[in-house]
Structure formats: structure tokens, C-alpha cells
Write a protein that binds this ligand. Structure first.
Ligand code: WAQ
Ligand code: MG
Length: 243
């Protein structure tokens, strides 16, 4: 049976409203398309006037399968407390105080981007070819593709974080949701796993972003970008809920 990449994006005029992606076997594509169309049409950001659903067949030999990162939660009393934990986790990955504070500053102050920043510790520079758009990770899904129309933030984030953590030269990822009512974010790395951090912002704040931290001495940056944007990855053992 063939596998298809299914991508949905919805907008109104220039404004992005919703986007999602799946990898599903032929027999499931009808259900997945229906769920994504529902999701696009009923979004809290408004009704789209353009919905694009694109299907591409994927060669089975191109697909990489990886187990989901181990999940944990480190709740804090305050937002600043969560960022302290984030800093501690960055120091444990070998970043210096200055580097750790630098990347946390970046994710806290970033303007709206479609993708993520890519920060290289070796050169102390951002490596995205397009700094306004960032690096957009695509072609990934959980082994059991969801046909629910609602967004499961946790599940989709765990899939993305697992793909990213397995990239060549990757050290860690920081994430704050841009959804105004979703205040839980995470730190992720191959060694620490997927560490949920909450609260990372105030309710009602629509600021969010991602930083991928890599080391160009440990992996080639062009290969990393190609892997993030193009290599299809299926993540195994993804639960529906954190525990
Ligand atoms: N590739 C790269 N960057 C992305 C992608 C992508 N596919 N999708 C989103 N981003 C960037 C973009 O800058 C967004 O503004 C930012 O990340 C946040 O994206 O365990 O909902 O989709 O409960 O708002 C965390 C779940 C949810 C924590 C994160 O992110 C938990 C979330 P959002
Ligand atoms: Mg969002």
C-alpha cells in the first residue's frame, strides 16, 4: 500500500489561518482530508477564503521511522520559573550561560514567523536562509495518523520535536506556542527527551516561536535543513495525552 503526504494550509487574503500535515496510507486519505478540511473551515482565527490540501505519494524507502522522545513535565510557579528550568536544561546540553541566555532571549522576543530560527552555537549565528520565514519542518506524522478535526497541541508538537531532535548536528529545541490560550511549551533534545514547561506565557498572549539549536561541528547545516524540510519521518509510539 502506498503512503501519501497530506498538507493543509488555510488563509484569508494574506493572513495565515491554519496549517497541518499528515502521512497516511491510501485507504485512510479520505478520512484525513475530511478532518483537515473541517479543521481549516472552523478555526478560531476566522473563516478562510482559501484552503489548499495537497497530496504527494512518498516512496516507502525514503521514510525514516523513529521512536517518540520520552515525555516529562516540569511545572513551575511562574513564567520566570519555567525559563529558569529551560536555562538549566540548556546548560546541561553544554551551552554556556551567555549562549543559554541568548537563545532564550531569541525565542521570547521573536516576531511572528512561519517557521523556526536555526541557531548554530559554533558560529554564534542564525543559519536560516530566509530569516523572516524561518525553517519550516514538514513531512512528518505519528504512526497512527489522526483523523480528529481538532488540534492536539501535545501530539503534533511531540511529532515535530522528535523529528527535529533526530536531525544531524541538532542539540536542542525551544518552543512557545503562538496560540493565545495555550501556555505550555517545551524543551526537547535526544538526551533530555520532550520536557513540557508550563507556564511559559500569560493567557491571551499570541506571541510564540521556536528555536532549533545546532552545532555545525557535529553535523552539516545544509544536510540538517534538507532533513528538516524534506525527509519524511514517521514517529512511533505517540500517545494521545501526556500521561
Ligand atoms: N516548523 C518550524 N516551525 C514551526 C512549525 C513547523 N512546522 N510550526 C510552527 N512553527 C513555529 C512558528 O514560528 C510558530 O509561531 C511557533 O513555532 C509555534 O507554533 O506538550 O502549538 O503551532 O502540551 O503555535 C506545544 C505543546 C504546542 C506543549 C506548540 O506551537 C505540550 C504549538 P504552534
Ligand atoms: Mg499556533
Amino acid at each position: 500500500m502506498s503512503l501519501f503526504s497530506i498538507k493543509m494550509r488555510a488563509s484569508e487574503g494574506e493572513r495565515h489561518i491554519s496549517g497541518a500535515e499528515r502521512i497516511a496510507p491510501t485507504e485512510k486519505i479520505g478520512d484525513v482530508i475530511a478532518a483537515l478540511a473541517q479543521r481549516a473551515a472552523h478555526h478560531s482565527l476566522g473563516e478562510p477564503d482559501f484552503i489548499n490540501i495537497k497530496l504527494e505519494r512518498i516512496a516507502p524507502e525514503e521514510i525514516r521511522r523513529v521512536p517518540a522522545l520520552a515525555i516529562s513535565t516540569r511545572p513551575a510557579k511562574t513564567i520566570e520559573g519555567s525559563f529558569e528550568i529551560m536555562k538549566e536544561l540548556l546548560l546541561a546540553e553544554g551551552l554556556t550561560q551567555q549562549e543559554a541566555e541568548g537563545v532564550i532571549g531569541q525565542v521570547r522576543s521573536v516576531q511572528v514567523m512561519r517557521g523556526a530560527m536555526l541557531y548554530d552555537v559554533a558560529s554564534d549565528r542564525r543559519m536560516e536562509p530566509d530569516k523572516e520565514r524561518g525553517i519550516r519542518v514538514t513531512y512528518m506524522d505519528a504512526e497512527e495518523s489522526s483523523t480528529a478535526s481538532g488540534k492536539n497541541h501535545f501530539r503534533e508538537a511531540l511529532v515535530l520535536a522528535t523529528k527535529v531532535a533526530n536531525g544531524p548536528g541538532m542539540i536542542a529545541e525551544l518552543c512557545i506556542s503562538d496560540d493565545p490560550d495555550y501556555i505550555t511549551g517545551y524543551f526537547a533534545s535526544r538526551t533530555a527527551g520532550y520536557v513540557r514547561l508550563t507556564p511559559l506565557k500569560e493567557m491571551g498572549d499570541s506571541h510564540g516561536g521556536r528555536v532549533f539549536i545546532c552545532d555545525s561541528r557535529r553535523g552539516n547545516i545544509d544536510e540538517l535543513i534538507k532533513y528538516l524540510e524534506k525527509t519524511p519521518v514517521i514517529v512511533e509510539n505517540v500517545p494521545d495525552q501526556p500521561c
